[in-house]
Design a protein around this ligand. Sequence first.
Ligand code: BJW
Length: 254
Amino acid sequence: MEEGSAGALADTVARAAVALRKARHVCVLTGAGMSAESGIPTFRDALTGLWSRFRPEELATPEAFERDPKLVWQWYEWRRELVRQSQPNPGHYALAELARRVPRLTLVTQNVDGLHQRAGSSDAIEYHGNILRDRCTREAAVASRADWSASGLPECAACGAPLRPDVVWFGEPIPSGPMLRAADAASHCDLFLSIGTSALVYPAAGLAEAALGAGATVIEINPNPTDLTPHAHLALQGPSGQLLPALLAALRDG
Ligand code: BJW
């Protein structure tokens, strides 16, 4: 990094720390970039994102699951293994620590990897579900597995119906509890942090818009510009695994 731009970034981090010191309720929205430094691929990054190698309409829609459940399950089992082998990164730990340093913090994550919880953010709102859980297709409830049936697909231990990953696919509604809690936090917070998300997928992307509309200060952390960047009050351009610990240090030192 050039000396000048490193200085500018340090100055933006310091300004973000000043805003955090004044905040009474911080709402944080995280996306796939938050876990990139844990080795979990994002969706839309040009070279490494999942959607550069796989087609979402073949793997992450209810229609895809109906058409070819085996293919969808194979993909999710592969991703589950990546998640199981990964560890929270310094950004996850810094956010868990930040929650102890501000009067109130609501963490909403679009990530399905459970890494925030493993880093200590036990009350993270899982907006798009959790990849490590199964859900029964008949009862729509979180379920445990009986076994893999003769067809090679997992079945519900309670009723024998096919299981699916407990995640939100395109065209599906966000579960009402997470949706209401997140909307309430976004529209009542005084500081909104958008971290590691391309801000393209709705309704999650609408949370920053709601916060802006309600007069909150909006701060973005992302190495790349997004549609939110021009509207954010501060944009910290860099990886969250480095910038969140730096922000926490600036908050402690100030
Ligand atoms: C770093 C970094 C580092 C890299 N540090 N940063 C309005 C307008 C247009 C379309 C719609 C609309 N409203 C709804 C829609 C349709 C659709 C949608 O939004 N489509 C758009 C893509 C056009 N939305 C839906 O279908 C949603 N449902 C819905 O609206 O239901 C309505 C309904 C109501 C009632 C009945 C029925 C229906 C559901 C969306 C579900 C999204 N699901 C997925 C998959 C989850 C399961 C799984 O993992 O398999 O969720 S798709 C994928 O995108 C995943 C993510 O959570 C989500 C967001 O992606 P995210 O996290 O932002 O990742 P990326 O890759 O996009 O960005 C990563 C960022 O990190 C980049 O900016 C990098 O620069 C950055 N980065 N390294 C920090 N080290």
